[in-house]
Design a protein around this ligand. Structure first.
Ligand SMILES: [Zn+2]
Length: 213
């Protein structure tokens, strides 16, 4: 678990022996952090609520992951193809503009100009088609990725409620690489999603704050 100051939270036993607390390493080491210690059982309850209301709910996960995929997961290959198509189109349009310039100067016959313009337009069309196709593929890929990742996370945590305490801890250690806690609220989670290879996803949970207050 992480503090807003990015330092690690760890547990200590409180004055009342019954309670354990999570405290920030940055606060303990007097590195300028002022986050208050958090009761361990309260944080554990919130982790449990997070799993119940978010990690086991594919629809909720999809909406949290949508932004993540739109923000950064566009494939390089597709991006490069888009870039190439756009630069080819702009090159051909420049060529067409030069051609119209030649017409104005009366250097070529109307027929020659027509023929050349026809060729240029014929080359622009497939590049435009490429752009439409790649953009459509990218939009579809976004939906698929969100669905796959959401389903994978939900299935990993589906049995959580029925597990023993140590099994729960093992599951969390295996699939959740960081939980960010701010003022006693879990604001962000980094989850390792097993979809073919392992994908690391950071999810902002701030809009789910009301669940945890
Ligand atoms: Zn701190």
């Amino acid at each position: 678990m992480r503090c807003p100051c990015r330092e690690t939270l760890y547990t200590i036993r409180g004055m009342k022996p019954r309670y354990e607390y999570y405290v920030c390493r940055g606060r303990q080491m007097k590195l300028g952090c002022h986050e208050k210690p958090l009761k361990r059982e309260e944080i554990e309850y919130k982790v449990h609520e997070l799993i119940r209301t978010v990690f086991t709910q594919p629809a909720v996960l999809r909406s949290l992951l949508a932004k993540r995929f739109r923000g950064g997961a566009l494939r390089d290959e597709q991006q490069q193809l888009l870039q190439r198509a756009r630069s080819e189109i702009s090159r051909l349009k420049n060529e067409r503009a030069r051609l119209l310039n030649l017409r104005a100067k009366d250097l070529f016959s109307e027929e020659e100009i027509e023929k050349e313009a026809h060729r240029i337009n014929g080359e622009i069309a497939p590049w435009n088609a490429t752009i439409s196709r790649v953009e459509r593929d990218m939009a579809n890929a976004v939906v698929t990725d969100e669905n796959i990742a959401a389903a994978a996370i939900a299935s990993v945590f589906a049995e959580f409620e029925s597990l023993q305490k140590t099994e729960r801890r093992n599951l969390l250690h295996k699939f959740v690489s960081a939980l960010f806690v701010d003022g006693g609220t879990i604001t962000k989670a980094t989850v390792r999603v097993p979809v073919g290879s392992v994908l690391k996803l950071e999810m902002p949970l701030t809009k789910f704050r009301p669940f945890f207050l």
